[in-house]
Ligand binder design. Sequence first.
Ligand SMILES: [Zn+2]
Length: 77
Amino acid sequence: MVSETEATPVLKDFFARPAEEQQDFLQQTWCNQCMEMDLGMKNPQEYEVGERTWIEGDCVKCGAKIITEIVVEDDEE
Ligand SMILES: [Zn+2]
């Protein structure tokens, strides 16, 4: 048994991703303030904790914090 303590998100280097991925993540957004998708994100920061990875940034339109979760697909053979 492993007792898990509260994990601290680790800041990753978003800009280490391929330019195409960066573009996708910055464009494919959802803003809860604007209630609109794909408005865009600025000031992206990537975090990772455990198996979860997400990108936090600001909505281009209203500046509210938006989060894009990155879903890692397991390759099943
Ligand atoms: Zn917005």
